[in-house]
Ligand binder design. Structure first.
Ligand code: FES
Length: 105
């Protein structure tokens, strides 16, 4: 598992992300995709697909994986591991506190 360290950052209200969708946030030099799963839990991963730079926040998700919209390769949302032989993506700690998305520890 690749959990990347990142400074604590308030990204915005949780209501910005509908259930079952993702949004991209610029955090310093990084682009980070935050997904709100249908069970209400959050996952945060690097937003740029390591294959050819596709927008992972626009990909389809279930409770376990994100599928890149460009070439349909999949990554595990909890571990960042590829399910199709591609490089892994970074995974970041993320949670909800008082209605806001908190990235980092
Ligand atoms: S750019 Fe994401 S799978 Fe190709």
């Amino acid at each position: 598992m690749t959990i990347a360290p990142i400074a604590k950052t308030i990204l915005g209200p949780i209501d910005e992300i509908p259930f079952g969708e993702g949004r991209t946030y610029a955090v310093g030099p990084d682009m980070i995709a935050v997904f709100r799963l249908r069970d209400g839990s959050l996952r945060a991963v690097s937003a740029v697909c390591p294959h050819k730079g596709g927008p992972l926040a626009d990909g389809q998700i279930d409770n376990k994986v994100v599928v890149c919209p460009l070439h349909l390769y999949a990554w595990d949302l909890s571990t960042g591991c590829s399910q199709s032989g591609q490089p892994p993506i970074s995974v970041y700690p993320v949670r909800v506190d008082d209605g806001h998305i908190i990235l980092g520890d």
